[in-house]
Design a protein around this ligand. Structure first.
Ligand code: NAD
Length: 306
């Protein structure tokens, strides 16, 4: 049997830990030896209001089970204050789980600036602010683990969620860059697109389906990714929920290369459109194409067919 993964002596910050997935992360890490900052603003799922009760209930539950936890009630937009709570209470920060989130679902035709701005503030700015405040600690101690939270809506789009989709795909680019910048300092960053029963999903899915999507079933993947033994899986995107875990990656067609001269026209592209979209010999890139080499090769070609 594999040894139980533990987090003794480590400090975990979980944002939006007053309910749903965040609560499941917080109680898990506390049960495996970590000290946990339970952050939650305690507002509605649309981002209205605030209430300290959400975080307090989880902290009390953790303490009653013999674990270590403190509450923080700031919005993730003030991420520096959340990280400060970790430093003041426990003297360090090892693992950051950017989980807090809200929805402002509305068709794009009816979307208002406030729906767009609030989603960007909580998901994008909130994740940035928490990670930015944790970063100097991670670099100094040459250890850090970050989980950012995307969504299938961000990866694939979803009706009524233009704001949320944009914010959630932003989490992918953010994670990729943190993974690259953190590599030298043993800072590992990954992004998950979870699916779980919570107040966010309870209105859009039937109870029998929700029963098969417990938040607790997202936790084990996150536990593996943020563990100190994971020193290589970084900058990765995972779908996780209902017992299923899969990694996603970019796929690039081998593509069309044209000569860059006055025969480089829309007609020349249309003539060979099938090469642009041909995935029979795909690449799985982790960075942009080698533009300079391609440019050199294109110059060796003859004029393009029209
Ligand atoms: P949830 O509503 O149960 O939990 C989100 C928590 O974040 C709430 O407790 C809320 O009070 C808190 N929060 C909201 N705004 C905050 C802020 N500004 N500062 C601090 N806390 C704040 O929802 P959940 O389903 O557990 O969602 C957790 C994360 O997973 C979110 O980022 C969500 O977008 C993402 N997600 C969930 C699903 C799913 O199927 N449940 C699917 C895709 C993505």
């Amino acid at each position: 049997m594999a040894e139980q993964l533990r987090y003794d002596g480590q400090v975990v910050v979980v944002t939006g830990a007053g309910g749903g997935l965040g609560k499941a992360y917080a109680t898990f890490f506390a049960s495996r030896g970590a000290s946990v900052v339970v952050n939650d603003l305690g507002g509605s799922f649309k981002g209205e209001g605030n209430d300290s009760k959400a975080a307090d209930v989880v902290v009390n539950e953790i303490k009653a089970a013999g674990g270590k936890a403190v509450a923080n009630y700031n919005s993730v937009e003030d991420g520096d204050k959340i990280i400060e709570t970790a430093i003041k209470a426990f003297g360090r920060i090892d693992i950051l789980i950017n989980n807090a989130g809200i929805l402002r679902d509305v068709s794009f035709k009816n979307m208002k600036d406030v729906d767009w701005d609030l989603i960007m503030k909580v998901h994008v700015k909130g994740s940035y602010k928490c990670a930015r405040a944790a970063w100097p600690h991670f670099r100094k101690q040459k250890f850090g683990r970050v989980i950012n939270t995307a969504s299938a809506a961000g990866l694939f789009g979803n009706f009524g969620q233009a704001n949320y989709s944009a914010a959630k795909l932003a989490m992918v680019g953010f994670t990729e860059t943190l993974a690259k910048e953190g590599a030298k300092y043993n800072i590992i960053s990954n992004v998950i697109a979870p699916i779980a029963a919570s107040r966010m999903t309870e209105t859009v899915m039937p109870p029998d389906v929700l029963a098969l999507m417990r938040p607790e079933w997202v936790v084990p993947l996150v536990a593996v990714l943020v563990h100190k033994n994971n020193t290589s899986e970084s900058g990765s995107i995972f779908e996780v929920g209902g017992g299923h875990i899969a990694k996603l990656r970019w796929e690039r067609s081998s593509g069309l290369l044209l000569k860059c001269d006055d025969t480089y026209t829309p007609g020349a592209i249309l003539k060979k459109w099938n090469k642009v979209t041909d995935f029979s010999d795909p690449q799985y890139p982790s960075g942009p194409n080698d533009f300079l080499t391609l440019l050199e090769e294109s110059q060796k070609l003859g004029p393009n067919e029209q």
